[in-house]
Design a protein around this ligand. Structure first.
Ligand SMILES: NC(=O)c1ccc[n+]([C@@H]2O[C@H](COP(=O)([O-])OP(=O)(O)OC[C@H]3O[C@@H](n4cnc5c(N)ncnc54)[C@H](O)[C@@H]3O)[C@@H](O)[C@H]2O)c1
Length: 673
């Protein structure tokens, strides 16, 4: 068997190096491609490394089975799909090889020389180097169009961030293929231009440097600085602890030394890092449960410096042009798991951020204050952080919502960016149609951001919030150009509601839990058009049960009801492109939502409400039945008003609190249940 998608076929994956990270990269591929019959082969020159790698993968899969993440049989199959060998001949038919051996130029050259001789002439060659530019790693290769860096992050099977770094000779089509492939197998890849260390490691390593320098200055001890920076940046563990866990001191020492000449002169290995590497010991960080004391002055002294360094480094990367605001925000958030920098600057004020960076640069020779930061501060405006992306393919615009951490939930930024992008598309005479989709494969849009809803305290605020959302969806609905919604995963609440504002909907085939309006579980009614568009699209009778019960339906059911036009196997965007073309050419006609009143059957079916709030249900019924007698426009206004009324109920408060604590499934103990 093989995995054929996005125009390429992969029959086998080869991983070179069975050290810290190689087996984890292999495991991720096996988890995602073993069901397609794609074996994964790990090659190393040291048998003991292969044995350790195999044992680690086996134990990770055994734990995943224990936790119920995989069924026992599946977990065993994933592990058995991996081979650990010293024989390079075993990758002779690999279509994709990733090297994760020593961070040494000569070693990497030798390995790729062997791969070039052994593998098919079309095989993709990638290095998981932490720093080295693809031009350096692949300079001796005959065909560099198939070569690039793919930089994973610890732990590689779980951390979703990936840097894809093409070299100057890499075929751009290959980079695009890999961006799609990785998104399809659960990663969040960012494309980074070639430069030493790429976009993320200079921050990771620079944070250790900045923290170590506060210790060298006598402002805090290692223990104190570690916990202060952990708190200041919202990290899972402090920078010293992170280096202990990943055994990363030598590589960071090397990275910082090189970055001195290759990025900016501030980068250097601090003396305490040199000493620690010499000692070969981990940092002395707090023991589990140990409380580390420090004064407010100590906190402030460390905070100001490390945050100044952090924000300054991120702006330097953006200024260099190797990455951008949206990707750096995502990378820090999901890859390094730090408070994302641009949101942090917006919160404290960009002017204050600039002050911190300038103060840091004054105290630390060689630290650059990026012009982009000065310019942004001078506008007195917050940074615009993109979460919705537009890419034009010919005369079709592909619009993608990307918030992987919250499964592409809609918040005010998403809504405003959608408004801006679709308004531009409307005005753009080159564009004939659009596709709306979400990032990844789990969700199209998981719903409205609960934080946004919870912040609407009064009926007036809640109603105004709805009307604003309606106005964005109306732009899509009345674009005058077809918009096909490519539902790449589940669509709950606002997700289903925005999809219904599109001209047509197609979805990845076989989604058991696909579409739902879970709002009553949270103590309110759908407020982004669900009570009006769903009955108009599939008829009141069917909408009645979906809306009132809160129960989700599968993609097959959605297709049967006419809520979506097609279930798609394979490349969803390609299928959506075909749909736009078919609609434009008049080959298909998708029934549009009736804008006027719709008939109400004399008798509607009983719906089992279980533990749902009767009070909210009566408001919901009113929105559906009264709305059906009106025009869509009036109905939407009515929905917004009733959505506002929900916030006067005790059940909304209970439902939201319950959701924040327990998620959407648990009985909310409504007063009116
Ligand atoms: N460890 C991490 O978290 C991490 C993260 C991102 C990138 N990286 C990069 O990934 C690479 C590997 O890192 P690591 O931490 O796993 O290193 P490691 O030293 O733990 O393992 C490297 C492995 O490569 C093997 N090897 C050496 N020469 C070989 C050859 N010619 N053929 C086959 N195998 C060979 C070694 O025997 C060893 O088992 C490095 O370039 C590193 O910078 C590591």
């Amino acid at each position: 068997m093989a995995f054929t998608m996005f125009g390429r076929t992969i029959r086998k994956i080869g991983i070179i190096g069975s050290g810290n990270i190689g087996p984890d990269i292999a495991l991720h591929f096996s988890q995602n491609l073993s069901s397609h019959g794609v074996p994964v082969v790990v090659v190393d020159i040291v048998q003991a490394a292969l044995d350790a790698g195999s044992k680690k993968a086996e134990s990770k899969m055994a734990k995943a089975a224990e936790k119920g993440i995989y069924k026992k049989g599946e977990a065993d199959a994933i592990f058995k799909n991996m081979t650990f060998t010293t024989d390079y001949g075993k990758i002779a038919d690999a279509d994709f090889v990733i090297e994760a051996a020593f961070e040494r130029e000569d070693v990497k050259h030798k390995i790729f020389d062997q791969c070039q001789a052994a593998c098919p002439k079309t095989a993709i060659f990638a290095s998981n180097s932490s720093h080295m530019e693809p031009e350096v790693i692949f300079k001796k290769m005959k065909d560099r169009s198939r070569c690039l860096v793919i930089h994973y992050f610890y732990p590689a099977e779980r951390n979703i961030l990936l840097e894809i770094v093409p070299g100057k000779d890499t075929d751009p089509a290959l980079t695009e293929y890999l961006m799609k492939l990785y998104e399809f197998i659960g990663k969040a890849p960012i494309k980074v231009k070639s430069r030493y260390g790429y976009a993320v490691d200079p921050i990771f390593e620079g944070l250790l440097e900045a923290t170590a320098l506060t210790v060298e200055k006598g402002l805090a001890t290692v223990k104190q600085a570690d916990v202060i920076v952990q708190k200041a940046l919202g990290m899972g563990v402090g920078p010293f602890t992170a280096h202990n866990l990943a055994g990363g001191n030598p590589i960071t020492q090397h990275g910082l030394t090189e970055s001195h000449t290759k990025i900016m002169p501030w980068y250097r290995s601090p003396k305490i890092l040199d000493d620690q590497v010499k000692l070969g010991k981990p940092w002395e960080t707090a023991a589990r449960g140990e409380v580390v004391e420090y004064s407010a002055e100590t906190y402030e002294a460390v905070f100001n410096r490390v945050i100044g360094a952090y924000l300054g480094m991120v702006c330097e990367i953006v200024e260099s042009g190797i990455s951008n605001v949206g990707d750096m925000e995502l990378a820090m958030d999901v890859g390094l798991v730090l408070n994302p920098p641009f949101a942090m600057m917006n919160k404290m004020g960009v002017k204050k951020a600039l002050e911190l960076v300038e103060a840091y640069a004054k105290e630390n020779p060689g630290f650059k204050v990026a012009e982009v930061l000065k310019k942004q501060a001078s506008t007195a405006q917050p940074w615009k952080i993109p979460v919705v992306f537009r890419e034009d393919k010919g005369d079709i615009a592909i619009v993608k919502i990307r918030r992987p951490k919250v499964l592409n939930a809609l918040n005010e930024d998403v809504l405003e960016q959608l408004r801006g992008i679709f308004t531009d598309i409307q005005k753009d005479s080159k564009i004939k149609g659009a596709i709306l989709t979400g990032f990844g494969t789990r969700a199209f849009v998981s719903g409205a951001d609960i934080g946004m809803l919870a912040s609407q305290k009064t009926p007036q605020e809640a109603e105004a919030g709805c009307l604003k959302t309606h106005s964005v969806f109306n732009v899509i609905e009345n674009l005058g150009k077809p918009v096909v919604c490519a539902m790449n995963g589940l669509a709950f609440g606002g997700g289903n509601e925005i999809a219904m504002a599109c001209t047509a909907r197609i979805a990845t085939k076989g989604q058991k839990v696909f579409v739902g309006q879970p709002e009553p579980k949270l103590g309110f009614i759908p407020g982004a058009g669900g009570t009006q568009r769903l009955p108009r699209l599939i008829g009141i009778e069917k909408a009645w049960a979906i809306l009132r019960s809160s129960n989700p339906i599968s993609s097959a059911q959605a297709k049967e009801m006419g809520l979506i036009q097609e279930e798609v196997e394979g490349d969803l965007i390609e299928a959506a492109t075909d749909w736009v073309k078919k609609i434009l050419s008049g080959k298909v006609k998708v029934p549009s939502i009736p804008k006027g009143p719709i008939p109400i059957p004399s008798k509607l079916s009983e719906v089992d409400l279980g533990h749902l709030s009767r009070k909210i249900d009566s408001l919901l019924q009113k929105a559906i039945l009264e709305g059906a007698k009106m025009t869509l426009e009036e109905g939407l206004k009515l929905e917004a008003k009733i959505f506002g009324e929900c916030s006067l109920t005790q059940d909304r408060k209970i439902g939201i609190e319950n959701f924040m604590k327990n998620g959407p499934k648990v009985n909310a103990n409504f007063v009116h249940a």
